[in-house]
Design a protein around this ligand. Sequence first.
Ligand code: A3P
Length: 295
Amino acid sequence: MELIQDSSRPPLVPVKGIPIIKYFAENFELLKDFQAQPDDVLISTYPKSGTTWVSEILDMIFHGGDQEKCQRAPIYIRVPFLEFNVPGVPTGLETLQETPAPRIIKTHLPLSLLPQTLLDRKTKIIYVARNAKDVVVSYFNFYKMAKVHPDPGTWEEFLETFMAGKVSYGSWYQHVLEWWELTKRHPVLYLFYEDIKKDPRKEIQKIAEFVGRPLPEDVLDQIVQKTSFKKMQENPMANYSTLPDDIMDHSICPFMRKGATGDWKNVFTVAQNERFDAHYERKMAGSELHFYNEL
Ligand code: A3P
């Protein structure tokens, strides 16, 4: 007898060896037609690293801190998700076609899958990295609520899958390292989630300067306040609550979950932490990158 699979949790599909959400993988060929525009800004992240946070910050910068303007549409419309493709919802490419310049674009792609046009056109890139332990905990919860992912299995199993780079978008280690290398030959502002938590004002100012839109003090203060975790958690235009439940089910876990640094300590066992640290040391050996696992 043929097994009927739950079509809402399809297995990942490799694209040039990188495991990707099946629906996204099906759309991949179309990315070849994407053309970067001169004033595009790209936000690149490994999933669960603060993409939505920096997207909201950047949209606010582009609109001079005017909150009403930033309420014009949900974040996934204001900041189109380049490789997004889920049946029944406009694709990232379709949304981009409707987006007036200057566009802010989001991607999680590893460099090997990034459309070359973004590199050729020297598109300004803001990369946000977050410590691996908080990422894996956030990702586990996200897999559960965002049903375009396969079933994550138990926490123990998911942790192993993450360490092996077999989650969607592949290896966290490779992602943070290769995008760091890109900073040496491309205009990339490489930020850390933990720094934004610690001093949002300073990091928001850095972002504004990088995109050539320095902010008056009062606007800067406004943006710090309006992009706090609490404000974004309550904001339907930022918290993904406008997506249908079969894409993101917030009753399983809200998208805006905790917004904390160090939450991993509530989840990792001592043995898991030791094993993770030893594996991390090997994967990151020789790297200049340093992450804060707590503040
Ligand atoms: P947690 O699951 O740890 O709460 P992404 O947007 O890349 O998918 O990242 C989502 C993570 O960023 C979630 O982490 C989410 O809560 C957190 N986040 C979103 N907005 C935030 C904010 N304003 N301040 C702090 N964390 C935020």
